[in-house]
Design a protein around this ligand. Structure first.
Ligand SMILES: [Zn+2]
Length: 205
């Protein structure tokens, strides 16, 4: 969806519309094809910012605490997020390892840091350097931060190994599941217009 300060193009049929103020919770639709144009989200900046900060904390917990502990025949092995990725590499699945590393660790991290980079200064009333470029990267990466891919892998591993081993979930597993929810909520609460509106401050493009 392309948005200028007070114009918005329909992402389905490209018809340009003038942006008008809406009541909180209501939504503007395209007058030609009915597609959703934008929604008025109450306290979008505050909500998205607190979810982003929560996301960063969960990301740290998910990466530095144990994910799963396997116990088999008296031996116990602790895994964390990155050791799961390294397991792919040591088994020769390089492509899969790189893909999982990118979509479950690198992209979510860049997404969260990029959001914080844009939203923290906006919250304090000024515009960060290269805001539009950073926000475009964040917007582009949004569908690629797919930690559910990793979650699915964990569930498959638990189901397959539960007959042979005792599996204890760790702090990172719950943090990771929480991160999935928080990223989805941050996406839902972000009104992109809070970013585009501030472009007017000195017209970066
Ligand atoms: Zn339309």
């Amino acid at each position: 969806m392309n948005i200028h300060a007070d114009l918005i193009a329909c992402h389905e049929c490209d018809l340009l519309h003038q942006i008008v103020a809406l009541d909180s919770g209501s939504q503007a639709n395209c007058i030609r094809c009915g597609a959703k144009l934008y929604k008025e989200i109450r306290n979008s900046l505050d909500r998205t910012l607190s979810l982003t900060v929560t996301g960063l904390i969960l990301f740290l917990l998910a990466n530095f605490y144990p994910l799963l502990t396997f116990e088999m025949q008296g031996r116990s092995q602790q895994n964390n997020l990155i050791s799961g990725v390294l397991e792919f590499f040591s088994s020769g699945f390089w492509g899969l390892g790189i893909l999982v590393f990118l979509v479950s660790i690198i992209f979510p991290l860049i997404y969260l840091l990029g959001m914080a980079y844009v939203l923290v200064p906006l919250r304090m009333g000024h515009k960060p350097w290269k805001m539009i470029s950073v926000f475009k990267v964040v917007d582009y990466l949004r569908p690629w931060a797919m930690i559910e891919v990793y979650m699915l892998g964990i569930i498959v591993a638990i189901v397959k190994l539960s007959d042979f081993a005792t599996i204890t979930p760790g702090i990172a597993l719950f943090s990771f599941a929480g991160l999935f929810v928080v990223i989805a909520a941050a996406n839902a609460s972000l009104d992109p217009r809070i970013v585009w509106r501030s472009v007017d401050i000195d017209g970066e493009y």
